[in-house]
Design a protein around this ligand. Structure first.
Ligand SMILES: [Zn+2]
Length: 140
């Protein structure tokens, strides 16, 4: 696995622009939704089983994060907080490389072992987070 900075040919997908646009659209859409006072929906998994799904608490985590309360955000859904911080870092990176027309960061030449280690790590994080949510299911 190697990290490289390289220019992206015009015929390739501009991931920085694409995913920055998606995250900004989601942020604006969420702000409009909340600004209009529209109701939040109840999680169907929670309604059926009585237990939180993998993403339960993510909306409340987001709202706590936007109010600057990291500990409350962490308590609602730790993995959602980590993901939101990762999206914020990615968006910052994307704005910089897009405005400055800089080379893009890419991770290349993954070995099978490296790819599997990342997959297992991600699945492990999701599992540990879900165990946390299940242990605190009474609050959802
Ligand atoms: Zn849920």
């Amino acid at each position: 696995m190697r990290f490289v900075w390289r220019q992206i040919p015009p015929d390739r997908v501009n991931h920085e622009f694409l995913w920055l646009s998606v995250s900004v659209a989601a942020l604006v859409g969420g702000a409009i939704w909340l600004g209009l006072g529209l109701p939040s929906w109840r999680c169907p998994f929670l309604s059926v089983t009585g237990y939180p799904c993998l993403t339960c608490g993510a909306t409340r985590c987001s709202m706590a994060l936007f109010h600057g309360d990291f500990s409350i955000a962490w308590s609602w859904n730790p993995l959602a907080l980590i993901a939101l911080c990762g999206v914020a870092l990615f968006d910052l990176y994307a704005v910089v490389v897009l405005l400055a027309r800089l080379p893009r960061l890419r991770v290349i030449d993954w070995t099978t072992a490296e790819a599997n280690a990342v997959r297992i790590g991600v699945i492990g994080l999701i599992a540990v987070n879900w165990i946390y949510l299940l242990a605190h299911h009474a609050r959802y």
